[in-house]
Design a protein. Structure first.
Lengths: 268, 583
């Protein structure tokens, strides 16, 4: 039985580890400025934790086999433990865990402790059952007012956000079902939700933030690769959660300007 | 001291009941109540498992119509998910290890005749059963069971208009949880008092088996955590039915202004996770205690570092109340507080690692007997390591960004809180079945059950980590709408097939359990040659546990292979040896 346990536990360990090492299923290619740092720290954590995982499982299997009860076995060792060992592994684990934590804190701080720069593209992201809407303030740089009683999700677009057309600042606001961002420029997103909590998740940007009713959450990230990226909702929001989905198109600054201008033109 | 204990003991002795109703139904006997809790959990685990089976089927064959059940719509799927999680967490993982085995064996292991408050104990069980029935009834009301997940985040859980199942079904869900909290609070008081007041002469705290320590600490966690959940649940009921706005700000659902104002959705998350994270330890601490017990018994060695194990459990209990925010890194909570929660969470990994090292240390140099309880204990250690190792990923806010609310989290908590705890329950069943029912369970069936469960659950939950890294969000009822999820479907199919096999394996257990009650080999009083008090009494134990006499304890709980002793174990009641380690 000891041998079977060894074989099974080792097999489980090595097969599981193989798929991590081979990266058969892995994080999607990072496309934001922060992705490289996050991925690097992910790999560091993964290597250190991987060593602990493999070592613990290998030892478990090995001990099960080596110390199995059999006629020729030595009597069990009468020992209540070893304080030196306890102290050594407590200190080592504490250093490993707390150290890992401190290593990654600067990445977290960089996107969250400072506001977005003045040059950032502002986009208001609003979640509702079961769609995302993206609003750009237009040339005046100001978002127009919205009113809850004007909200009409079935009408889509500006009406879905309840945009108040009497507010002069709302005249040039652009509302889109697809998110456009210029490459290599910081994007400031202002996250809102109308009904329940949603979560704005862009795997390729290594970006995730809940959109919470009653809060306007300011965050920022910088796309560095052009392309189309999917935005699935990551917080259970009701029966259509699985299909609450939008696209992020990262384009050159010229293409972005062109797109915004054409949307402005449509409004006039 | 001796006089006081005697009084306490005398106060709680009650005559053996003779009528069927008082003996088996409204029983005051902690052993019967323990069995009642256990069978409640057994029913619940099969219901919960069946719901998960339907979920796995729907995930990979979304258009399949099932006989008798019909189409599974997205909202049906979310109801299954909500009820699966709620039933498993409350009525299985909280109920079986503590209410079931704790009730049955805590008094016996400390030499008491019963729990401190037998009537309260009976009441705890019946309130818990009522909670379970109310929970199940949610399936049968208009709109069906709620779809807000076991975490019930408002506004989704607070607004009947937010989806099907958020009407009466959601009310029943909240009421059930509130009732469960009441039962758990009463039970926690009972466990704490019993442990502190009912120990026999010689059973100092540091001579208690680690199982008793685990039940004791679990009860303290329960006392502090369930009170908060109860209050949170009452506020949610008020928001739903009395027009208050604790959790709901001004929201517009489907074009309709909902009439709430100024509430905070994050308040619920704080209250819920203040309960929710300790709840993880409520589920797993008893399994840790039991596993420590079994590793020592079946390695025929004293537990490695008894005191370290006790302090580790105490620190897990303490730190467990300071880490709730790690569930909320993406919630909109202050990013500064993430640092504090993250450090505390990483710190809680330290005592968890200490426990693992000590289990390995106990195996080291032992003479391991691979009987079924030990197989599950070793399985527990393996699963605890595998489920624990993904913790430091999720505990770091930076890495939580890509992983939060993905299948990675599902894999992580199922391995550690779900399957590892369930392995604890299985190990406890195989270990204590002879004492509870007077017969042995069938060993070959137990082995088959073990292999199916170990390999099966790894095949189900390990791939979820890969899916999560690839960005598969949790709680999606199908993977047809997001392009990058399409290539993950084959792996999802693999998980579903593995779930079939794992679930099939559980019927071996069910058969073995009932078959052995009737036809198992007669058990002796101490079939595993273990040292703790439950093995000094008759099998099954008499109504007052020790047949009229009160045991006296001389030794620690783990005196195996003591040099010079006549056999390789020294009972706690053997007056011959007082070892230096446990004076």
């Amino acid at each position: 039985m000891g041998l079977v346990l060894l074989v099974v536990i080792w097999l489980i360990t090595f097969i599981s580890t193989y798929f991590f090492v081979a990266k058969t299923w892995w994080l999607p290619t990072g496309a934001s400025a922060a992705a490289a740092g996050i991925d690097h720290h992910f790999t560091t954590t993964y290597i250190l934790m991987g060593i602990v995982f493999v070592a613990a499982q290998v030892i478990l299997g090995l001990f099960a086999w080596k110390y199995r009860d059999r006629a020729s076995a030595a009597p069990a060792r009468y020992s209540h433990g070893n304080n030196t060992l306890e102290i050594i592994w407590t200190v080592l684990t504490a250093i490993l865990f707390i150290g890992l934590n401190l290593m990654s804190s600067s990445i977290w701080a960089s996107e969250r402790f400072q506001p977005a720069g003045p040059d950032a593209v502002q986009v208001e992201v609003t979640g509702m059952q079961f769609a995302w809407y993206f609003r750009y303030p237009g040339p005046d740089g100001k978002f127009g007012g919205t009113k809850p009683e004007l909200i009409d999700p079935s009408a889509g677009g500006e009406a879905a956000l309840g945009l108040d057309s009497n507010d002069p600042a709302s005249k040039d606001d652009v509302v889109s079902g697809t998110m456009y961002l210029p490459v290599n420029r910081e994007a400031e997103v202002i996250l809102r939700a109308h009904d329940v909590i949603h979560s704005f998740f862009v795997p390729a940007m290594r970006f995730k933030q809940d959109a919470v009713p009653g809060l306007a959450i300011h965050m920022h990230f910088k796309p560095i690769l052009t392309g189309d990226y999917e935005i699935p909702c990551a917080e259970l929001c009701g029966l259509g959660h699985y299909k609450m989905h939008a696209m992020l198109k990262v384009v050159s600054q010229q293409d972005f300007d062109k797109w915004l201008a054409s949307r402005e033109a449509e409004k006039q | 001291m001796a006089t006081r204990e005697l009084t306490a003991h005398e106060l709680h002795v009650h005559a053996a009941p003779t009528s069927f109703i008082r003996k088996w139904v409204f029983s005051l006997d902690h052993k019967i109540i323990g069995l009642q809790y256990y069978f409640l959990a057994l029913t619940a685990v099969f219901v919960g498992m069946f719901l998960s089976l339907l979920m796995r089927i729907h995930l990979v064959w979304p258009n399949l119509s099932l006989p008798l059940i019909g189409d599974i719509r997205p909202e049906t799927y979310l109801s299954l998910l909500t009820m699966h999680g709620t039933i498993m967490v409350f009525f299985v993982l909280t109920t079986a290890p503590q209410g079931g085995f704790g009730n049955y064996f805590l008094p016996i292991q400390i030499g008491a005749a019963d729990m401190a408050f037998p009537v309260l104990n009976m009441l705890s069980f019946w309130v818990t059963l009522l909670a379970y029935l109310v929970m199940l009834s949610a399936f049968f009301v208009t709109g069906g069971a709620p779809l807000h997940g076991w975490t019930g985040y408002p506004p989704l859980s607070a607004l009947p208009s937010a989806g099907p199942g958020e009407g009466p079904g959601a009310d029943l869900w909240v009421i059930s949880i509130a009732l469960f909290c009441l039962g758990a609070l009463m039970s926690a008081l009972n466990f704490i008092t019993t442990t502190l007041d009912m120990r026999v002469k010689g059973m100092s705290l540091m001579r208690m088996p680690l199982t008793c320590w685990a039940w004791f600490i679990t009860a303290i966690l329960g006392l502090l955590a369930f009170g908060v959940l109860l209050s949170a649940g009452i506020l949610l009921l008020l928001d739903r039915n009395a027009g208050t706005s604790f959790y709901v700000p001004l929201v517009v659902v489907n074009g309709v202004v909902a009439g709430h104002k100024g509430g905070s959705p994050l308040l619920w998350q704080h209250l819920f996770w203040f309960f929710g994270h300790p709840e993880v330890y409520i589920a797993i601490l008893p399994a840790m205690g039991l596993c420590s017990q079994l590793v020592s018994v079946f390695s025929r060695k004293p537990i490695f570092g008894y005191k370290a194990m006790v302090y580790a459990m105490l620190s897990i209990g303490l730190l467990g109340f300071m880490v709730w925010g790690h569930h909320m890194f993406m919630s909109g909570m202050s990013p500064y507080s993430a640092f504090a929660f993250s450090i505390m969470t990483m710190a809680i990994g330290v005592p968890s690692a200490i426990k693992t090292f000590n289990w390995l240390g106990t195996l080291w140099g032992g003479r391991i007997r691979f009987q079924s309880p030990m197989l599950f204990a070793i399985g527990f250690v393996s699963l605890f390591v595998s489920g624990g190792i993904s913790g430091p990923f999720l505990a770091q806010p930076t890495l939580d960004i890509p992983l939060h609310d993905t299948a990675f989290v599902t894999g992580h908590f199922h391995l550690i809180m779900g399957v590892a705890s369930i392995f604890g329950i299985f190990a406890a069943t195989y270990y204590w079945f002879p004492k509870m029912f007077g017969r042995m369970m069938n060993e070959s069936l137990a082995r088959w059950h073990f292999w199916f469960s170990l390999v099966g659950t790894y095949c189900v939950f390990m791939p979820m980590h890969y899916l999560g890294m690839a960005g598969q969000p949790r709680r999606y009822s199908q993977f047809t709408e997001v392009q990058y999820l399409l290539h993950l479907v084959p792996l999802n199919k693999f998980i579903t097939y593995a779930a079939f096999a794992t679930i099939a394996g559980q019927f071996i257990f069910l058969f073995n359990l009932f078959w052995s009650m009737k036809f198992g080999k007669k058990a002796s009083d101490n079939p595993w040659e273990a040292t703790t008090l439950e093995w000094t009494t008759a099998t099954p134990p008499p109504h007052d546990n020790f047949g009229g006499h009160t045991p006296v304890v001389y030794n620690g709980p783990y005196e195996y292979s003591v040099p010079g002793a006549p056999r390789d174990f020294v009972m706690q009641t053997d007056p011959m040896i007082v070892t230096a380690a446990h004076k």
